[in-house]
Design a protein around this ligand. Structure first.
Ligand code: FE2
Length: 391
């Protein structure tokens, strides 16, 4: 792929799911089952626990049954999935004999399902080979993937990225992403009704992930006018609606705005990439087990301060359109108020991080593609001091 991060002329590759279905109750009212027929006859449906517990999975399976394509299920993916969980899922896909994968869940379910669908057929290679970069994810092939998010957050339904934890080696567990064309869904279906049952913390954390991803995609070194159009609107949608989604969980139009915003941020970041918040959130998440979106929110004001000179024009554009006074300073203050209102902690010490781990985190954040895309170049001591600011 062209290196689009360090040049002044436009040079980028934009890839996105070719089909998008957006509609309240589209996952359960039969539309998902009808749409799925375009891509296969024997779907394997990856699902999270909440979907089983609240009865939604039963509704979805019934709609597949009545459409004449009975689906089998793959369940039991933990919140922070590991390389071993991916290996299990790859074997699950092989054993199922499925000709397509439908992923319905939060970021973890989507990430595992996408990687398993893309990699299951490569018999001799293990999940660990891909994770350790001994093999790269193919650009195409694998099973078709339909992605249906149940949270408004990661935007995984729009990307060819899968984030996993590797806890197999010595020392600290590592969190990193694998990327590749075969993981790009053939279709995303956005049904905001699925997000209504999210507990308030999930709404807050995933929604904050979406907001941060929108702003980081908008200001990243890999941004261009095409991704800006998506990331800017995604930042407005999430900034204007997250507080209400948290306070009024069943507000339909607000839930719709959030799921659309998180999707648009995902579409943008797949090309533009992100920034230092995501570079730091992965090692901190791997060590503490804290929710990804919580960490993104917690780190955001300090990273915005660090980026203020490099990203000022874009922060100001956002502030002006959001009606926030005082430009980039105002946008930082807005973010801090939002974090308080949706009850996201503001210090890493509150979530159990130890000060002695910060040097390791700073070191680990540097090779990340997100850190490399940050609008201001980041040294190890920069990463250290930004993390200390959040301690
Ligand atoms: Fe994220």
């Amino acid at each position: 792929m062209a290196n689009h991060l360090h040049q002044s002329f436009l040079d980028f590759t934009f890839v996105t799911p070719p089909r998008l279905i957006f509609g309240w109750s589209a996952a359960t009212d039969g539309r998902l089952a009808i749409e799925a027929k375009r891509f296969g006859k024997r779907p394997l449906l990856f699902s999270g626990k909440t979907l089983r517990d609240n009865g939604t999975l039963a509704l979805i399976l019934a709609s597949f049954q009545s459409s004449g394509i009975p689906a089998t299920t793959y369940e039991g993916i933990p919140p922070e999935p590991t390389v071993r969980d991916l290996q299990d899922a790859m074997e699950g896909v092989r054993k199922s004999g499925a000709d397509m994968v439908i992923a319905i869940g939060g970021g973890s379910v989507l990430d595992i399902a996408k990687a398993a669908a893309a990699l299951a057929q490569t018999e001799s290679l293990t999940a660990a080979d891909y994770f350790a970069a001994r093999a790269s994810v193919p650009d195409s092939g694998g099973l078709p993937i339909i992605a249906v998010p149940t949270t408004s957050g990661t935007g995984s339904e729009a990307t060819w990225v899968s984030v996993l934890v590797d806890d197999s080696g010595e020392g600290q567990p590592r969190k990193a992403s694998i990327r590749g064309g075969a993981m790009m869904p053939v279709m995303a279906l956005l049904d905001a009704q699925l997000t209504v049952t999210c507990p308030p913390t999930v709404t807050a954390y995933s929604g904050m992930d979406a907001f941060v991803q929108a702003v980081e995609a908008f200001t990243s070194k890999g941004a261009n006018p095409f991704t800006d159009a998506l990331a800017f609107e995604a930042a407005l949608l999430t900034a204007n609606n997250l507080r209400t989604a948290f306070a009024e969980p069943s507000n339909q139009s607000v839930r719709e705005a959030m799921i659309l915003g998180s999707y648009m941020a995902g579409v943008a970041l797949n090309t533009s990439r992100l920034g230092l918040v995501h570079g730091l959130a992965h090692p901190i998440g791997a060590i503490t087990g804290a929710a990804h979106g919580l960490l993104c929110g917690l780190l955001m004001p300090a990273v915005m301060r660090f980026n203020q000179d490099a990203a000022r024009k874009k922060y100001e554009r956002l502030a002006t359109t959001l009606g926030i006074p005082d430009g980039s300073e105002g946008l930082i203050a807005f973010t801090e108020r939002l974090l308080r209102d949706i009850k996201i902690p503001t210090h890493l010490s509150e979530i159990g991080l130890k000060e002695e781990d910060i040097a390791y985190i700073a070191r680990e954040s540097l090779p990340s593609g997100s850190t490399k895309a940050n609008p201001r170049p980041v040294s190890e001591s920069d990463a250290y001091s930004v993390t200390m600011d959040c301690f």
